[in-house]
Design a protein around this ligand. Structure first.
Ligand SMILES: Nc1ncnc2c1ncn2[C@@H]1O[C@H](COP(=O)(O)OP(=O)(O)OP(=O)(O)O)[C@@H](O)[C@H]1O
Length: 354
């Protein structure tokens, strides 16, 4: 290997990244469904994707580029792995924030094998020049490698083997239209219904060899915010509790006691959700308040509040996003045991009767 090749390999290694260490990551990887049949819920996306992949296989062609949109933890990475497995193709995983320069993307694209699936997580966070390079790569399987700098710079066209790009984003609307339009198929991932999450919990419990009653699984599922990753995480924590404090079996009582320890409340709100709602209610009298102000108040990034906490709070009817700012809904006051201030009264609300 020459020095250039070694540097490129190191660069790709850094960009593509390996799965983080730790028992939880290893367990999470083991819990991933391996094919579309094992993948629970998301009927629409599954059916549509199944058609796209079957048709490509029948033609002996590389599958069209796929865009997956949806909140974190709904299974976008898992689906990209399934796409690669179903196409019997290798998979490369990277993310938008890892690609800061067009050269970063060239390094990855130029090392792809024919038919390879490239999973680009958080595609909306890629740098502009890289994004523009991706347009051409997706459409014509070609990139221009820029050699040199300034007026003397020349563009050398480089042919790429056909590949399938699987882009993942929290919202398809975050992508510029020219990029969005280059995907042959867009799958919108929805939050999971409680019954689907119960199936996820049962499946994971079976794989982890943990005995779980129906009520125990329902309790974990009900607090998992419609998200399989959270269901799996809560299941692992409840399993720990059941092993240390009881006989290892997950019942409703054990799930309730364990989740109280981990500060996940009966509605599934976690510490961040409660911080956001608590600030909205107690500091801003229920709003309206701007996203930036709210984010500063809870010491989080705007994006974290908007993309991690809010979709669930909105869906639960606890918070509304209005043109004037974020507003707490009556259910939020109730959940916190607070009474909303009267119009024109002092901000902050009063303690309720319970
Ligand atoms: N439909 C499903 N059926 C069973 N398990 C699932 C399903 N979807 C996701 N999971 C589980 O949830 C975990 C999280 O999924 P995954 O990493 O694919 O989410 P993601 O949408 O890519 O999240 P992020 O965008 O944050 O990376 C996985 O470990 C997987 O086991």
């Amino acid at each position: 290997m020459t020095r250039d090749e070694a540097e490129t390999a190191a660069l790709i290694e850094r960009l593509v990244g390996s799965v983080a260490d730790g028992e939880d990551q290893a367990v999470e990887a083991a819990l991933r469904p391996k094919d579309l049949n094992e993948f629970i819920g998301q009927e629409k996306v599954r059916e549509q994707l199944d058609l796209v992949l079957r048709a490509a296989r029948a033609r002996g062609a590389t599958a069209d580029h796929v865009l997956l949109s949806g909140a974190p933890g709904l299974g976008k990475t898992t689906l990209s792995m399934i796409i690669a497995a179903e196409m019997e193709a290798p998979l490369r995983i990277t993310s938008g924030p890892a690609i800061q320069h067009a050269g970063d993307l060239t390094a990855i694209l130029s090392s792809l094998q024919e038919g390879e699936v490239l999973f680009l997580d958080e595609i909306h966070r890629m740098s502009r020049p890289a994004e523009e390079m991706l347009y051409m790569a997706m459409e014509d399987f070609r990139v221009d490698v820029i050699v040199g700098k300034g007026p003397g710079a020349t563009a050398i066209p480089l042919e790429l083997p056909p590949f399938t790009l699987v882009g993942a984003t929290v919202r398809a609307g975050l992508l510029p239209p020219p990029l969005r339009d280059r995907f042959g198929f867009t799958g919108h991932m929805e939050f999971y219904e409680p019954a689907e999450l119960e199936r996820v919990v049962h499946r994971s419990a079976r794989l982890l060899e943990v005995e779980t009653t129906s009520e125990g699984a329902a309790e974990v599922a009900g607090r998992s915010r419609g998200t399989p990753r959270i269901a799996n995480r809560l299941l692992r924590r409840v399993r720990d509790y059941a092993q240390v404090k009881a006989d290892g079996r997950i019942t409703r009582e054990i799930a309730e006691a364990a989740l109280a320890v981990y500060e996940v409340d009966a509605r599934g709100l976690d510490r961040l959700d409660r911080a956001v709602l608590g600030a909205l209610l107690k500091l801003f009298g229920g709003g309206p308040v701007g996203l930036s102000t709210l984010a500063v108040a809870v010491g989080e990034e705007r994006e974290t509040v908007a993309e991690v906490a809010e979709p669930f709070l909105v869906r639960e009817g606890l918070l509304a996003r209005t043109p004037r700012g974020r507003v707490a809904m009556p259910a939020a006051w109730e959940h916190f045991g607070l009474v909303p201030p009267r119009q024109g009264g002092p901000a902050g609300g009063r303690e309720g009767p319970h």
